[in-house]
Design a protein around this ligand. Structure first.
Ligand code: NAP
Length: 515
């Protein structure tokens, strides 16, 4: 069966029997999805739902359950009461569950790809990439899990602990609450859920209300792979309605959140005493210097700005180009943007699909119009049809324009001309964000100077930033967040240290004599 709807058909979710228990079909033939609590697929306590629309044509493609406060509390309780189940599975057997999950994900790839395209408007290539990268994530997590070691610390280097030693062991932190954004519904959720489970934690997961379905499919895959019941729970519904109850719960030990800085702030304010991992907004600057390979810089900057329709926290959302090469760079950039065809994301030739919703579209247009109004030169684009915003190039963007500072989250190449590297670093660092930056140069010293002085969690030399599968750590400073993601780093964050001290006196290996 072909699960991917053709681009001349209405966007539609088609699933095999494997996913049969996670939804029912409504009177109007739309799938109505359930939530997953303590190993059971159920509708919300009061039966309420919300519509899930496809940005491809704004049609309703499904309904998702609107979890009540009681549902959310039940999900947390289930995770809390069942958390022992997963940590008690011998590690070698736990890994087999993830091996199986990987196999099932790849087996059901087309269904997941279709849901990603349909609910998010992700391009076919982008959706396939997201599934494959998640399969890679499962593989890497299994390798990283083998590195959960402890440490032996001899006591006799310090008088106070002579005759003792300690073993420092890593243990699962408990219940991890994951809250994730709309733009990579599988990839970002899996960046949290996989390391949490693989290191022996229980999870409550809440996806974005714009793209809630992909995560339900992934939960079904993990269930079928053998995750013990109650150790993974998924609730869908408005962050504003259920968010506070989840975030403030004393039974949650850690919150792993990816989303906007505003929501991250709210979470930090009400979380109480629990570990916080916040992956927030960004305003990636790409610095293009006079000594750069301009063909490479133009190609990578355009890719960084337009991939996923610009809806990426690490997307290049301003290019600080040195004046002396700016004309040549912009010319090459125009040529590159031509290659980014906009259209129906199901068409294999499409590279830029729609934005996620009307609010996103209006924001991008407001930023573009504001920049033009303040003196920027529109070289291409600046128009839209439904949720499709045409790939846009703005040159000579003044620093007074909002687009120089606010997250764009749309397909806009924003060129700001600067005198030299020092000015570029100064402008880049003025942002309240500090997630990613990129530097294009052929000088080692310029690259090193920029890398040392830029205030970001990750600096990429001669490429567009990409957080990737999670082999390298990533995360932000300033208002871009706290903590680091990446499989090994996430496992570190999701485990806690326990110190076990042995007194050797009973073995006749007592304390040293006092002098
Ligand atoms: P968002 O509006 O902040 O939403 C993120 C998640 O938070 C959603 O699941 C949302 O649920 C939930 N939420 C909303 N209000 C809440 C509350 N009061 N309590 C608890 N949860 C709440 O972000 P978005 O628009 O989906 O995603 C775009 C943002 O994410 C951008 O700022 C982008 O930079 C950032 N991002 C960062 C990274 C990174 O690695 N640093 C990666 C990707 C995206 P509802 O959808 O139900 O409201």
């Amino acid at each position: 069966m072909n699960f991917i709807t053709k681009h001349d058909e209405k966007p539609k979710i088609t699933l095999s029997d494997f996913f049969g228990q996670i939804y029912e079909t409504d009177q109007d033939e739309l799938p109505k999805f359930k939530i997953f609590i303590e190993g059971n697929w159920v509708f919300s306590k009061d039966g309420s739902t919300f519509d899930v629309e496809s940005p491809i044509d704004n049609s309703i493609i499904a309904r998702a359950s609107r979890a009540t406060l009681e549902d959310s509390k039940n999900a947390v309780r289930a995770a809390y009461e069942n958390k022992q189940k997963i940590r008690e599975i011998p590690a070698i057997e736990r890994l087999l569950i993830f091996e199986k999950a990987r196999e099932l994900l790849l087996q059901h790839k087309d269904e997941v790809v279709n849901v990603l395209i349909t609910e998010l408007g992700k391009t076919l290539k982008g959706a396939e990439g997201e599934v494959h990268a998640t399969a890679e994530r499962l593989k890497l997590a299994m390798e990283e899990a083998r590195k959960i070691y402890g440490e032996y610390i001899p006591g006799d280097w310090v008088e106070d602990t002579v005759g003792k030693f300690s073993l420092v062991v890593r243990e699962p932190i408990g219940v991890v609450l994951t809250i994730t954004p709309f733009n990579y519904p599988l990839f970002i959720a899996s960046a949290k859920i996989i390391p949490a489970l693989v290191s022996g934690n229980a999870v409550v997961a809440k996806p974005s209300s714009d793209t809630p379905i992909t995560l339900l499919l992934f939960a079904r895959i993990l269930e079928a792979a053998g995750i013990p019941s109650g150790t993974l729970n998924v609730v869908t519904g408005g962050g504003k309605e259920v968010g506070d109850a989840l975030v403030a719960s004393n039974e949650i030990s850690m919150i792993s959140f990816t989303g906007s800085t505003d929501v991250g702030n709210r979470i930090a304010n009400i979380a109480g005493i629990k570990k916080l991992h916040l992956e927030l907004g960004g305003k990636t600057a790409a610095i293009v210097l006079g000594d750069a390979d301009l063909d490479l810089a133009a190609r990578k900057c355009v890719e960084g700005a337009l991939k996923n329709s610009g809806q990426r926290c690490d997307g290049i959302s301003r290019i600080l180009v040195q004046e002396k090469v700016a004309d040549a760079f912009v010319r090459k950039t125009l040529g590159e943007v031509e290659k980014w065809t906009i259209g129906d994301p199901r068409d294999p030739n499409t590279k830029v699909g729609p934005l996620t919703n009307e609010a996103a579209l209006k924001k991008v247009d407001r930023l573009v119009q504001d920049a033009i109004h303040k003196g920027a030169k529109l070289l291409k684009g600046g128009t839209y049809n439904k949720f499709y915003y045409s790939p846009t190039i703005l040159d000579f963007v003044p620093l007074t324009a909002d687009i120089a500072w606010e997250e764009t989250f749309g397909p806009v190449v924003t060129v700001i001309r600067v005198k030299d590297l020092d000015e570029a670093i100064q402008v880049a660092n003025k942002s309240k964000y500090g997630l990613d930056s990129a530097v294009f140069t052929n000088s080692f010293y310029n690259a090193w100077k920029a890398a040392k002085l830029l205030q970001d969690g990750e600096i990429t030399i001669n490429d567009a930033p990409a957080h990737g599968v999670g082999n390298f750590p990533f995360g932000g400073v300033k208002e871009s967040g706290i903590g680091r993601e990446g499989l090994g780093y996430s496992i570190d964050e999701m485990t806690t240290i326990k110190t076990i001290v042995f007194n050797l006196e009973p073995a006749g290996l007592g304390k040293a004599k006092k002098h």
